[in-house]
Every structure is written in C-alpha cells, then in structure tokens.
Design a protein around this ligand. Structure first.
Ligand code: UT7
Length: 319
C-alpha cells in the first residue's frame, strides 16, 4: 500500500521583493545574489500568515482533486515559522477549509519537513489507519530572519504548497535521516522566555547559519541519499524522469545534478523566483510542474530535501 498525488495547490504572498530592493538596506548586490544562489526575487508576507497561506494552498489542492473537505482523514502541516505556538497550523487549516472529520497536527523538520510529513502520512495510510491525507508545507520565514544579516536574509522567501494524497498501490519508497549533533550549523531560537524563573540569556532569535557548512552537507548527503534510495530498488539515476529537490540554492542543485551524472533539464527549479521557502519549496515545485503537465502517468520521480536539524530525506515515487 502507498499514496498517490490527487491534487496540488500553492499560495504566495502578494509582494515580490527583488535583489535590488534588498540592496537598499543590506550591503549586497543583484549580481552577487544571482551568482552565488540563482535567486532573483522572492515573495515576502506583508500581512499573510502561515495559517492563511497553508489554508489557501490546501483549499486549492482540494479543488484540484475535486474532493470535499469533509472527506479528509488527515492534515499534516510542515512548518518551522508559525507565528503562533498553539494551536498548531494544521488545526487552523482544518478550520479554514471546514475539514470537520480530519485529524490535524504539525511537523517541524525544517526544509525536509514536507517529506517527513509525507512519510508519516504514508505510514498511517499504508497501516490502514487512514485513506487519504492533505500534506502542506507552509512558511513565513521573513518573520524569523535577521533583515540586517546579508548572509541569510537574501536567501529566504514565504509561501505554501499543498498536496492531497489518496491510498494507492504504486511503489513509494522513503529514506529519512536526522543528525541532531549538527544543530549548530543552522538554528533559530524563536521565542522569548516569559518564565519568572528563567535566568538564561536569550540570543540567536533569528535564523543563524554557517552557509558554507550547510552547502557542503547538502551537496554530499542529498546525492548520497538519492543513490542509496535508488540502489535499494536496483535503479540508477538514469531511471528517474524528474528530480524535485528542496530549492535552497541553484548552485546546490547544479552540484547534485553533477554528482548524480544527470542533466539539469531533469531538475525543475523555482528558487529563482521564490527563494528558499523551506518546507514549502517541494510542494510548491510539485504544484508548478504538475500544472505545466510535466508529471505523467508511469513516470518515476525523486523528491529530496535537507535542512536544519540536520534533517534530510529522499522519496522515490511512481506516478
Ligand atoms: O534550506 C537550507 C538552508 N540553507 C542553505 O541551503 C544555505 C547553503 N549555503 C549557501 O547557499 C551559500 O553558502 C551562501 C549563499 C549562504 C553563501 O555563498 P558562498 O559562496 O558560500 O559565500 P561565502 O559565505 O563563502 O561568502 C563569500 C563572501 C564573504 O566575503 P569575504 O569574507 O570573502 O570578504 C561574505 O561576507 O561573500 C560575502 N557575502 C556577501 N556579499 C554580498 C555573504 N553574503 C553576501 C551578500 N552580498 N548577500
């Protein structure tokens, strides 16, 4: 038993911010950002919240699938930038779309979050507990980045992507891994303590990152994990029609394509227009390529993400 894509949807904040706009308040240039990251612009929230974007993407995915909200069994939202601690975003989505019969909860595995959520849904559905799931990656990272740090603020964007899955019997395989010992290369202590007993000093309220280390980690583990996943199934990278990777940096994607020995034409990208939207990047790209008609019956695709934790995952799916 496994799961199959039945509908997809996206939501982006209205405001687009170009590199030139960023260069007005941090010491950077359009040329530097494009050369080092491939990013030209990103959508930034000016009032949109994680639950609003998640709800809009979810609603569009259901519309696309032609499914009524009361038929949904499970809603999982992957996010690391929710404005609210309680209740979880998935419960907010349940309310927004009227999914009265769904069980709803959030997962935080940073930029690998969507795949961790998808793997969780697959386990529930394959285990016979639920028949379908609405999986959403949603972020308003602009709330947690330091807008005076040029090494991070230029990278991220806001948005949400949703995929509605139903029970199926086509092959679906996952590898997911975590390395909590590398928690110091990418982190954010988002909340101030309000405890009257708290005596610690609170720093690092913004996304803090060792960019070079994350770059090295990403290029190595993503290609290794994809190779491991494929060799487990007796496949090679040549057997795959599309690689839908977390959109962090165009250079990371190019390096992975080189390591796998696969032409870049099999790696769709949207990092140029959306920046790094963390857990939203994979479902946003799935929605985009699906609407372009690039996902066809019988294709084999690989999805892969990596992020803070460190966490990383790869998924092999037959359409
Ligand atoms: O979802 C996962 C999240 N994170 C990532 O995927 C990030 C992975 N890492 C990266 O994408 C890259 O490491 C960055 C884009 C963050 C940085 O690119 P880089 O080629 O690794 O640059 P660097 O950190 O080696 O910095 C090179 C120079 C430095 O100046 P010096 O020391 O050579 O004088 C930086 O201070 O570029 C400088 N620099 C900038 N210059 C203009 C750093 N950020 C900027 C900037 N504009 N925005």
């Amino acid at each position: 038993m496994s799961i199959r894509i039945k509908g997809t949807g996206s939501a982006l904040p209205l405001k687009t911010v170009t590199n030139n706009e960023l260069s007005r308040f941090v010491d950077t240039t359009d040329e530097w950002i494009i050369e080092r990251t491939g990013i030209e612009s990103r959508h930034i929230a000016t009032g949109e919240t994680v639950d609003m974007l998640a709800g809009e993407a979810a609603w569009k995915a259901l519309l696309d699938a032609g499914v009524d909200a009361d038929k949904i069994d499970l809603i999982i939202v992957a996010t690391c930038s929710a404005e609210q601690a309680l209740p979880c975003i998935a419960c907010q989505v349940q309310k927004h779309i009227g999914a009265v019969n769904a069980v709803a909860f959030d997962i935080n595995a940073a930029c690998a979050g969507f795949l961790f959520a998808m793997n969780t849904a697959d386990a529930y559905i394959s285990g016979g507990i639920y028949n379908n799931a609405l999986i959403i990656g949603a972020e308003v990272l602009s709330n947690i980045v330091n807008w005076s740090d040029r090494t991070t603020c230029i990278l991220f964007g806001d948005g949400a992507g949703a995929v509605y899955f139903e029970k199926d019997d086509r092959p679906l395989k996952f590898i997911q891994k975590s390395n909590g010992f590398k928690d110091d290369v990418l982190f954010c202590w988002q909340r101030d303590s309000v405890s009257v007993f708290y005596r610690g000093v609170q720093t690092y309220k913004y996304v803090t990152m060792d960019g070079r280390e994350v770059f090295r980690f990403a290029t190595r583990v993503v290609s290794e994990t994809i190779n491991e996943l494929l060799s487990n199934e007796g496949l090679t990278a040549d057997d795959i029609d599309l690689f839908i990777l977390h959109q962090a940096n165009l250079r990371i994607i190019e390096s992975i394509s080189k390591r796998l020995g696969v032409d870049m034409s099999k790696f769709p990208t949207n990092v140029e227009r959306l920046g790094n939207t963390s857990s939203a990047s994979i479902p946003l790209l799935v929605d985009e390529v699906r609407k372009e008609g690039r996902l066809k019956e019988g294709m084999r695709i690989v999805l892969s993400g990596f992020g803070a934790g460190l966490t990383y995952s790869a998924c092999l799916m037959e359409l």
